[in-house]
Design a protein around this ligand. Structure first.
Ligand code: NCD
Length: 444
């Protein structure tokens, strides 16, 4: 950590865990170790800087640990814990709010919002770094930093661990960011979902497409009793030298579990589904040899999915995760404010995005582009595969196949293979009917 005279890096936002490289993540861990030693003597790191917390959903740990981290770095905090007290309650848009708060009011902005993709919108309109503290069911990258940091300290490394993700994998944003990061560190992931709450297809696709992760069924033995049924999947990073060992994935047995990551049913995002027989961990379920070195993790808050009888067990690390939230967030804030330099490492760049004013819309009703931001945002997609043409929403990552494309200069439409590829003029359509309604004629 250096003093005030380090030149500020280009502005960085943390919207997704993929906005940080592996090298940067490991660099943050080392810095966090230092801050942990000097929790109350680091106030010379960010004096005079202001952090704003804008929380449009409930929070205890995330908001308070960010605010504590900023105080401990010597900075100041302007918090919004109750959005009903802000102009959002008068109908102000997210864009307008962050334009002001993420301008002269604060030097860094931490946002929690119910809409998927809201953090990206904030990052576009704010003039200062934006940190995603949870955008609906989409991502929660700084919780993932706490989770990875805890696992790294407990296990000494992250490469090649066997990690079980258990519970509501569909609506848990912590699970999504954690899965992306684990895949990047070449961990094997076993999913034990509450039935009906499996990892969303777009998350599985992203793991496959961006990280070369292979999926298969796996026998999970003892874990089955925890989840009520044994519908587990095994996600393993593509390791060419090992493939021959795993020709028959279905008979693959996991030999030990390095960690079990449990999450509560994200009821606030459910449509009233029953969550009877939701998985629950207690000491008796962790009796087998495979669990000897298992760390039990949870982002908290816990409801009933981890028995209180586990709290004294040395394998339970969920309160440690919460505790480490302060030093890791100190490191992240110092980095984003240019007070900490990190090795950059290799980053997978996102494909260019394509604005789509009249045609295809994001099919996710919870995506920010279909919510209040529909007033000022247009749908925007990235090409993910050429044939069939597959795109994903820039804001929420949901995928869609594009059956029809148009050329806005000729106002013709056709199947993607019939159209000449002139990117700046392309418009994606969900159907021929939609193309005709927009005033396009068939190319033929
Ligand atoms: C999580 C969240 O908000 O997504 N909480 C947290 O930040 N520690 C998990 C949850 O609410 O279940």
């Amino acid at each position: 950590v250096s003093g005030n005279n380090v030149p500020a890096p280009a502005r960085r936002d943390i919207v997704s865990i993929d906005d940080l490289t592996n090298e940067e993540v490991l660099g943050l861990f080392k810095a966090a170790d230092g801050f942990h030693q000097r929790l109350s003597t680091s106030a010379d790191t960010c004096p005079g800087s202001i952090l704003a917390t804008l929380f449009f959903e409930p929070s205890t740990r995330t908001r308070l640990s960010f605010e504590s981290a900023m105080h401990r770095l010597g900075g100041d905090v302007i918090p919004v814990a109750d959005p009903s007290t802000t102009s959002a309650a008068k109908g102000e848009s997210l864009a307008d709010t962050v334009r002001v708060v993420g301008g002269s009011y604060a030097d860094i902005l931490v946002l929690r919002h119910p809409d998927e993709g809201a953090a990206l919108v904030a990052a576009r309109y704010a003039k200062v770094p934006v940190v995603n503290a949870g955008d609906g069911a989409h991502e929660h990258p700084t919780q993932t930093l706490c989770d990875l940091y805890t696992l790294w300290k407990e296990k000494g490394e992250l490469e090649g661990l066997d990690v079980v993700l258990c519970g509501d994998l569909r609506y848990s944003r912590t699970i999504h960011s954690f899965a992306y990061a684990l895949a990047r560190f070449r961990a094997n992931i076993v999913t034990v979902p509450y039935p009906g709450f499996e990892l969303p297809d777009y998350v599985v696709e992203k793991l496959k497409r961006d990280r070369g992760v292979e999926t298969s069924k796996v026998e999970i033995g003892e874990l089955a009793s925890m989840a009520g049924r044994a519908d587990a999947a095994y996600f393993t990073p593509h390791k060419p030298h090992q493939l021959s060992l795993f020709t028959k994935f279905s008979s693959n047995e996991v030999k030990k579990f390095d960690a079990i990551y449990m999450t509560r049913a994200q009821k606030e995002r459910h449509g009233g589904e029953s969550t009877d027989n939701y998985p629950k961990i207690d000491r008796s379920k962790l009796a087998g040899a495979k669990f000897k070195e298992t760390r039990v993790m949870h982002p908290l808050p816990r409801v009933d999915e981890i028995s209180y009888d586990l709290d004294q067990d040395p394998r339970a690390v969920y309160f440690r995760q919460a505790e480490l939230g302060v030093p890791i967030r100190m490191a992240l804030i110092a980095f984003l404010l240019g007070k900490l330099k990190l090795p950059r490492g290799f980053k997978v760049e996102r494909p260019p995005s394509h604005r789509n004013p009249v045609g295809l819309r994001c099919g996710n009703a919870r995506c920010v582009v279909n919510r209040e931001a529909a007033r000022y945002l247009v749908p925007e997609f990235q090409v993910r595969a050429a044939s069939p043409l597959q795109v994903s929403c820039v804001f929420c990552d949901r995928e869609a196949v594009v059956p029809v494309i148009g050329d806005s200069s000729t106002r013709r439409y056709g199947a993607p293979r019939e159209m000449r590829d002139r990117d700046e003029n392309l418009v994606y359509f969900a159907s021929e009917e939609q193309a005709r309604e927009a005033g396009y004629e068939h190319v033929g």
